[in-house]
Design a protein around this ligand. Sequence first.
Ligand SMILES: Cc1cc2nc3c(=O)[nH]c(=O)nc-3n(C[C@H](O)[C@H](O)[C@H](O)COP(=O)(O)OP(=O)(O)OC[C@H]3O[C@@H](n4cnc5c(N)ncnc54)[C@H](O)[C@@H]3O)c2cc1C
Length: 500
Amino acid sequence: MSELDRRTVLRGTIAGALAATSVAAPTRTDAAPLAARTSGPPPIAARRDGPTAADWKALERGLKGRLLRRGEKGYRKATHLFDPRFDGDHPRGIVRAANAHDVSEALRFARKFDVPLRPKSGGHSYVGASMFSKGIVIDTGGMDGIDYQPGSKRVVIGAGAELGRLHDRLDRHGRTVPTGTCPTVGAAGLTLGGGIGAESRMYGLTQDAVVDMQVVTADGKIRHADAHHHKDLFWALRGGGGGNFAIVTHLTMRTFDAHRVGFFFLSWPGHDAVAVIRGWQQRLRHMPRTSWANVHLDANNGSISPRIVGLSLTGDGHHEAKALIRAVGRNPSSVSYAQKSHREAMHLLAGANGHQRQSFVAGSDIIGAPMRTPALRDLVGVVRQRSRHGGGASAILDPLNGRAGRPKVSSSAFPWRNALASLQWYVGLPHPSPKAVKAGRTWIKHGHRAVAARSVGAYVNYLEPGRPVRRYYGKHWKKLRRIAHKYDPQGAFRSPYSIR
Ligand SMILES: Cc1cc2nc3c(=O)[nH]c(=O)nc-3n(C[C@H](O)[C@H](O)[C@H](O)COP(=O)(O)OP(=O)(O)OC[C@H]3O[C@@H](n4cnc5c(N)ncnc54)[C@H](O)[C@@H]3O)c2cc1C
């Protein structure tokens, strides 16, 4: 697989690609204030002497799912995240939870013996935040049920349901939820950070579709968070990032009409790169919310190539493509179109190799307002520089406006409603040697510097080592810290990337 293919997979852009279980709706347990509105066993009395072999056995006996310990069959595979770079991490135990009760048992065990913990669902964290070598991983990946309820047009999703399966299931009913594009990303991890994708301008972020979350809080209690119960927690869980406030076990989401999709693919020569981004920025202001388009600036083998991948959910895409070309003011070197059913479209966006594990380094900036020509020149210059040194990389701009930009900034923890776009810096690493990782990271740092004047923050679903955590949360930082302290006073969810 070429490096370009890998990048294509990541953001679902198509260059080369042109050519269950069911789950019962979780029961509500939280119709009262924090202390009383719970179910489950009594408070956790912490011990400092660590778990014995008998304690681990007792944990195992209490689970409907599995406990995997070092050396056991299935353990090694269970440590694998999407990025093989993290394969060396070996936790003391992995609880493959079958239900919320298992999550509660595992969490109480970790708290009781003061063992650090990490929640996991799809395993796509950019920094490997869902795996470590210290304590216990509470893996909700097996809780992958998808139960569509035609009457209410809602879907109840297990935390570990993969996006590809979710779309396949909903498409049978002509329904969709706006998600990111990678088919194996987990529902919980994506939603907790926001969820940006090709249907975001039409239907909002993934988190905007959520009406209820079943969670296990740090005290081991199973709760529901929604617009009426644990409102502050519900607010924080939508955009506040994975692994911070509670472990999500189920999500209930509204669904939307799944439309046929008219794709368009536009490419320009490298010397038009500034004009392409400038035109795209201008067009975004007038683009109907039924359309979506992102920009890719790819560095490859000494050259750079700007391209736009776009779609219309109500037409064939020709009108929007022409409007974009007019806004860019330069004739593209290549234009193509494709009409797809919604299901085909989700597969196309997923990329031909979307299921394959791969190594990469990446990071992000949130672009607050349109970048002026000097800033655009700097951005293009950084990509050009990478290409001159023979390296592959992409800068990918995704729109944050349309329906995704409509809710008030204060309506959830996602802080970037008023921003123009997320800018992802991505370096595929077919051979992830320490030198290649370091070079990729250095390039991303140069990228941050190039757009510093227009960057207002970073996207929490694209975590990056070495960046201050508060950069992901904008003006919501203090409120999120207060909520984290309220629901997790002892810091059970503390990690290098957590809010606490
Ligand atoms: C190939 C690829 C494509 C992507 N495409 C997009 C995209 O189009 N749009 C977009 O918005 N994002 C995208 N992402 C980013 C992705 O949304 C985040 O990496 C997300 O956090 C991954 O979730 P996960 O469950 O798969 O990962 P995990 O590694 O399992 O979890 C991510 C974080 O959430 C925590 N967590 C996991 N499960 C739970 C739980 N049940 N309760 C509480 N916390 C939990 C973990 O501890 C970790 O901190 C992409 C990532 C990759 C690798």
